[in-house]
Write a protein that binds this ligand. Sequence first.
Ligand code: GAR
Length: 188
Amino acid sequence: MKKLIVFASGTGSNFQALADHLRTRSDVAIGALVCDKPQAAVIGRAQALGIPVITIDYRAYASKAAAEQALLARLPAADLVVLAGFMRIVGPTLLAAFPDRIINLHPALLPSFPGRTGIEDAWRYGVKVTGVTVHYVDAGIDSGRIIAQAPVAIAVGESLAHLEARIHAVEHDLLPRTVDQLILKGAI
Ligand code: GAR
């Protein structure tokens, strides 16, 4: 049985999509949700699914390394860590614990529009095509090796809210499919 740990900070619609998809498989499951925001809606989603929740308050530690060290001590064993709307840069401590085993979902076509506001940045720039990327996490910001991408054409006059909804719908499909592919390829 493969085990995933999902990290998320907010609404958790991608956590939900992944969890819903994985319920159709008997050989892989989410072993824990890690959340850095105690009020985040994703926590309720995990609780409703019976998935253990690990919350971490980074501000309670002197450094990111100390926070990650404390977090590591609480994590179950895992074959893959999935960042699904986790709004922090992963530090060297966590990276070293899961070499080539941390992937991130990003709502733009990297290397364009990295960072926290990829959908809005692409929309404001006026690109005609944006999209969704799943990539390995390295020490940079959204800079790791790309695993999968899906394009989303921006319609003339499309509102940001409308584009956001369409990007999220593509994410909800791409992330579970990418996890399936990684397992199929024997990458985890
Ligand atoms: C998603 O759009 C994800 O791609 C983005 O946060 C959103 C989380 O939504 N992540 C980043 O921007 C990371 N740089 P969700 O909480 O509903 O899954």
